[in-house]
Design a protein. Structure first.
Length: 144
Protein backbone atom coordinates (compact mmCIF):
# COMPACT_ATOMS: atom_id res chain seq x y z
CA UNK A 1 0.00 0.00 0.00
CA UNK A 2 2.92 2.38 0.72
CA UNK A 3 4.22 2.04 -2.85
CA UNK A 4 0.84 3.09 -4.27
CA UNK A 5 0.76 6.08 -1.95
CA UNK A 6 4.31 7.09 -2.95
CA UNK A 7 3.45 6.71 -6.64
CA UNK A 8 0.33 8.87 -6.16
CA UNK A 9 2.42 11.58 -4.42
CA UNK A 10 5.00 11.49 -7.21
CA UNK A 11 2.34 11.89 -9.89
CA UNK A 12 0.70 14.78 -8.01
CA UNK A 13 4.09 16.46 -7.58
CA UNK A 14 4.89 16.04 -11.30
CA UNK A 15 1.53 17.58 -12.25
CA UNK A 16 2.08 20.49 -9.86
CA UNK A 17 5.57 21.17 -11.25
CA UNK A 18 4.20 21.02 -14.81
CA UNK A 19 1.36 23.48 -14.06
CA UNK A 20 3.67 25.93 -12.33
CA UNK A 21 6.23 25.92 -15.15
CA UNK A 22 3.74 26.17 -18.02
CA UNK A 23 1.55 28.96 -16.61
CA UNK A 24 4.16 31.75 -16.81
CA UNK A 25 4.83 30.85 -20.43
CA UNK A 26 1.18 31.15 -21.42
CA UNK A 27 0.81 34.36 -19.41
CA UNK A 28 3.84 35.80 -21.21
CA UNK A 29 2.36 34.87 -24.58
CA UNK A 30 -0.92 36.63 -23.74
CA UNK A 31 0.91 39.80 -22.72
CA UNK A 32 3.13 39.85 -25.83
CA UNK A 33 2.70 43.08 -27.78
CA UNK A 34 2.72 43.52 -31.52
CA UNK A 35 3.11 46.68 -33.57
CA UNK A 36 0.46 47.43 -36.16
CA UNK A 37 0.52 50.35 -38.59
CA UNK A 38 -2.85 51.54 -39.90
CA UNK A 39 -3.06 54.06 -42.75
CA UNK A 40 -6.17 55.77 -44.11
CA UNK A 41 -5.38 55.35 -47.80
CA UNK A 42 -8.37 57.15 -49.29
CA UNK A 43 -11.77 58.69 -48.66
CA UNK A 44 -13.96 58.88 -51.75
CA UNK A 45 -17.53 59.87 -52.53
CA UNK A 46 -18.47 57.04 -54.92
CA UNK A 47 -22.19 57.80 -55.37
CA UNK A 48 -24.35 60.85 -54.69
CA UNK A 49 -28.01 60.80 -55.66
CA UNK A 50 -29.01 64.40 -54.81
CA UNK A 51 -28.04 64.21 -51.13
CA UNK A 52 -25.77 67.25 -50.95
CA UNK A 53 -22.65 69.05 -52.14
CA UNK A 54 -20.90 70.08 -48.94
CA UNK A 55 -19.49 67.25 -46.83
CA UNK A 56 -17.55 66.59 -43.65
CA UNK A 57 -15.82 63.25 -43.18
CA UNK A 58 -13.89 61.79 -40.29
CA UNK A 59 -12.17 58.56 -39.39
CA UNK A 60 -10.92 57.03 -36.13
CA UNK A 61 -8.46 54.22 -35.44
CA UNK A 62 -8.93 52.85 -31.90
CA UNK A 63 -10.49 56.20 -30.97
CA UNK A 64 -7.71 58.36 -32.47
CA UNK A 65 -8.79 60.75 -35.24
CA UNK A 66 -6.89 60.31 -38.51
CA UNK A 67 -6.93 62.21 -41.81
CA UNK A 68 -6.65 60.80 -45.32
CA UNK A 69 -3.03 59.87 -46.06
CA UNK A 70 -2.05 59.72 -42.36
CA UNK A 71 -1.10 56.64 -40.41
CA UNK A 72 -0.97 55.59 -36.79
CA UNK A 73 1.18 52.91 -35.17
CA UNK A 74 -0.48 50.87 -32.44
CA UNK A 75 1.13 48.68 -29.79
CA UNK A 76 -1.43 45.93 -29.23
CA UNK A 77 -1.57 42.89 -27.02
CA UNK A 78 -1.85 39.70 -29.04
CA UNK A 79 -5.42 39.46 -27.71
CA UNK A 80 -6.21 43.07 -28.73
CA UNK A 81 -7.85 44.48 -31.83
CA UNK A 82 -7.93 47.38 -34.28
CA UNK A 83 -11.22 49.29 -34.45
CA UNK A 84 -11.88 51.36 -37.57
CA UNK A 85 -14.67 53.94 -37.60
CA UNK A 86 -15.70 56.13 -40.52
CA UNK A 87 -18.38 58.82 -40.75
CA UNK A 88 -19.71 61.27 -43.32
CA UNK A 89 -22.03 64.22 -42.80
CA UNK A 90 -23.77 66.34 -45.42
CA UNK A 91 -23.54 69.96 -44.30
CA UNK A 92 -26.80 71.93 -44.41
CA UNK A 93 -29.32 73.34 -41.94
CA UNK A 94 -30.53 69.79 -41.12
CA UNK A 95 -27.45 67.57 -41.67
CA UNK A 96 -27.70 64.03 -43.00
CA UNK A 97 -25.14 61.62 -41.60
CA UNK A 98 -23.96 58.04 -41.71
CA UNK A 99 -21.24 55.92 -40.15
CA UNK A 100 -19.77 52.45 -40.15
CA UNK A 101 -17.18 50.57 -38.13
CA UNK A 102 -15.22 47.35 -38.15
CA UNK A 103 -13.00 45.50 -35.68
CA UNK A 104 -10.04 43.35 -36.71
CA UNK A 105 -8.39 41.03 -34.19
CA UNK A 106 -4.64 41.58 -33.88
CA UNK A 107 -4.07 37.84 -34.09
CA UNK A 108 -5.64 37.77 -37.59
CA UNK A 109 -3.25 40.38 -39.02
CA UNK A 110 -0.45 38.82 -41.02
CA UNK A 111 1.72 41.05 -43.19
CA UNK A 112 -0.58 43.61 -44.86
CA UNK A 113 -4.33 43.73 -45.43
CA UNK A 114 -6.63 46.27 -47.04
CA UNK A 115 -10.01 46.96 -45.46
CA UNK A 116 -12.80 49.13 -46.90
CA UNK A 117 -15.67 50.69 -45.01
CA UNK A 118 -18.73 51.90 -46.89
CA UNK A 119 -20.70 54.74 -45.32
CA UNK A 120 -24.20 55.41 -46.59
CA UNK A 121 -25.86 58.77 -45.97
CA UNK A 122 -29.60 59.08 -46.57
CA UNK A 123 -31.32 62.38 -47.40
CA UNK A 124 -33.81 63.03 -44.60
CA UNK A 125 -35.95 65.90 -45.96
CA UNK A 126 -37.30 67.52 -49.08
CA UNK A 127 -38.13 66.20 -52.50
CA UNK A 128 -35.03 63.96 -52.55
CA UNK A 129 -35.88 62.38 -49.19
CA UNK A 130 -34.77 58.73 -49.13
CA UNK A 131 -32.00 59.20 -51.72
CA UNK A 132 -28.53 58.11 -50.68
CA UNK A 133 -24.88 59.01 -51.04
CA UNK A 134 -22.13 56.43 -50.57
CA UNK A 135 -18.61 57.06 -49.26
CA UNK A 136 -15.75 54.57 -49.37
CA UNK A 137 -12.96 54.68 -46.75
CA UNK A 138 -9.95 52.46 -47.54
CA UNK A 139 -7.46 51.43 -44.85
CA UNK A 140 -4.18 49.55 -45.03
CA UNK A 141 -3.33 47.52 -41.94
CA UNK A 142 0.21 46.22 -41.63
CA UNK A 143 1.90 44.16 -38.95
CA UNK A 144 5.38 45.56 -38.28
Amino acid sequence: MNKAKDLYKAICLAILVFVLTVQPLSAAAASKTIKVKVRLVSVELVENNHVGNEWYTESFINGKRIEEGESVTLNLKSTGSVTLKAAAEEQDSIPDEGSNSSTIKASSISKSITKSLDVVVEENRGRYSGNTAKWKFVYQIQKL
